[in-house]
Design a binder for this molecule. Structure first.
Ligand code: NAD
Length: 477
């Protein structure tokens, strides 16, 4: 595939433009790197019509054939991994090695999800009747993806949505539409026309989608704040929603860990992708017996990490993806400064162009500080001292968020018991951020509604239909 600078949308099997266009900036330089179509109501309507038209044929296509096409799509992404990697770094900011991981992960996700099948339950099989429940596709699904992992998080939706027999309209974030539009070119060659439509546009387009009566479901990944709006706007037409929202993941580090060995792993739990991960560690609770040595080991490691342009060799952390998020992170740093909290490193604004924020680590800020209570979604980590297990569990759970959490201990059994006391959709022991297309992933409380991944995630793209048939004649005649 050509990774040229021509970006068009995929509607009804054709690559098309729009009357208006939208600039995409490099987060590393703040320069315009490309323009993409800026859709309005007309383009959205065309995409919904194309998806609606394609639905009966796709729903009737045997699941084995749908799986074969998803496998081919996954292979096509992987075969073009190098071009996608460079483009992802250019639009998102992440270093090449992380971009490579995301692209290969996106291909893998499409392929691995084909191991899933739609279950059928026999509810009754008696002399009188047979009753079964099967799962049928919903119709047209609108998928709205965020900017932190534009490719893989789109595949979290495309894989189960299409596998279940729905047709789709996918919208990437206005900050990161480029890889998704190149992915659309691959989809054009593999999928029947209208099965997957990809449209791009500015901030007006998401609300137009969620309010549009032509969608049967909206699958949204983004902030909790926007998730509330999505749900409200889906209500008038009772669209189904899956909401994958924000998190404020705690890590709890027990006193029996090997401080020197674990410091690097804990650092990356918080700072991978520049902290812009819904399931990044966002507050790190460290037992008082190891607080000082572990704090110092994390800071010593952090000082070796190179922040810079993701396209340059050796860069380990890139810029923040976009200006609004950059401002949010700087505001949290400012608040910590204004309140006199102790900075172990960072806290300064970078003077170079681009949305660069130096790695920032805070020493034991108060539990009620904004940096502990809010989702930072950037390279700022509060280290927090704790004394007592029950107390730290209570602090970990005292949040409106409940996405992920991790427990770190040499005693895996005890850690596993502790994990079960945490109110989060996923809890890891001695690792973090491991997700699988075969496992349900979602948020408790205001971190979301519904799940992606696993049979549970696949079923969210279906409606249960119970079919009942008598075995004996109903009427004597
Ligand atoms: P965002 O909420 O600003 O935007 C997400 C998407 O929604 C974008 O495509 C945007 O254009 C669109 N949008 C904006 N307003 C809309 C509206 N009113 N109606 C419909 N769509 C609208 O989120 P973001 O800043 O792109 O992403 C960061 C957030 O996403 C963080 O809070 C992070 O934790 C969360 N996130 C969650 C997961 C998860 O799986 N739970 C994964 C990644 C990111």
């Amino acid at each position: 595939m050509q990774f040229d600078n021509d970006y068009r949308m995929l509607i009804g099997g054709a690559l098309v433009g729009a009357a208006k266009s939208l600039d995409v900036l490099s987060p590393a330089t703040e320069q315009v790197i490309a323009s993409v179509p800026d859709s309005g109501e007309a383009e959205l309507q065309a995409a919904v019509d194309a998806a609606r038209k394609a639905f009966p044929g796709w729903a009737a296509t045997p699941i084995a054939e749908r799986k074969a096409m998803l496998n081919a799509l996954g292979d096509a992404i992987m075969a073009n991994a190098d071009g996608f990697m460079r483009l992802l770094t250019a639009e998102q900011g992440k270093p090449h090695h992380e971009a490579q991981g995301e692209i290969m992960g996106a291909g893998f996700w499409l392929k691995a999800a084909t191991a899933l099948d739609l279950p059928e339950t026999v509810n009754e099989d008696s002399d009188e009747r047979i009753s079964i429940t099967r799962h049928v596709p919903l119709g047209v699904v609108g998928a709205i993806a965020p900017w932190n992992f534009p490719m893989i998080l789109a595949m979290f939706k495309v894989a189960p949505g299409l596998l279940a027999g729905n047709t789709m309209v996918l919208k990437p974030s206005p900050f990161t539409p480029l890889c998704t539009l190149k992915f659309a070119e691959l989809a054009k060659e593999i999928l029947p026309a209208g099965v997957l439509n990809v449209i791009t546009g500015g901030d007006h387009l998401g609300p137009l989608m969620t309010a549009h009566p032509g969608f049967d479901k909206i699958s949204f990944t983004g902030s909790t704040q926007t998730g509330r709006r999505v749900m409200a706007s889906a209500a008038p037409t009772l669209k189904r929603v899956t909401l994958e929202l924000g998190g404020n993941d705690p890590a709890i580090v027990m006193p029996d860990v090997d401080v020197e060995k674990i410091a690097e792993q804990l650092f990356w739990a918080a700072f991978s992708n520049n902290g812009q991960i819904c399931i990044a560690t966002k507050r790190m609770y460290i037992h008082k017996d190891i607080y000082e040595p572990l704090r110092d080991a994390i800071v010593a490691y952090a000082k070796t990490v190179k922040v810079g342009d993701g396209a340059q060799q050796g860069t380990q952390i890139g810029p923040i993806n976009n200006r609004p998020q950059y401002e949010r992170v700087l505001d949290l740093i400012r608040d910590a400064k204004d309140n006199g909290y102790t900075f172990l490193m960072g806290g300064e604004k970078s003077d170079v162009p681009g949305y660069f924020v130096p790695i920032t680590i805070l020493d034991n800020p108060p539990e009620d500080s904004r940096i502990v209570q809010e989702e930072q979604f950037g390279p700022v980590l509060p280290l927090i001292r704790f004394d007592d297990i029950d107390e730290v569990v209570a602090r970990a759970n005292a949040s409106d968020y409940g996405l992920g959490a991790s427990i770190w201990s040499a005693d895996e059994e005890k850690a596993y018991e502790l994990a079960q006391r945490i109110q989060s959709g996923t809890v890891w022991v001695n690792e973090t951020q491991h997700l699988s297309p075969l496992a349900a992933f979602g948020g408790m409380k205001q971190s979301g509604m519904g799940v992606e991944g696993g049979v549970e995630g696949l079923l969210e793209y279906t409606a249960a239909q119970t079919l009942v048939r008598r075995k004996k004649p109903a009427f004597k005649g």
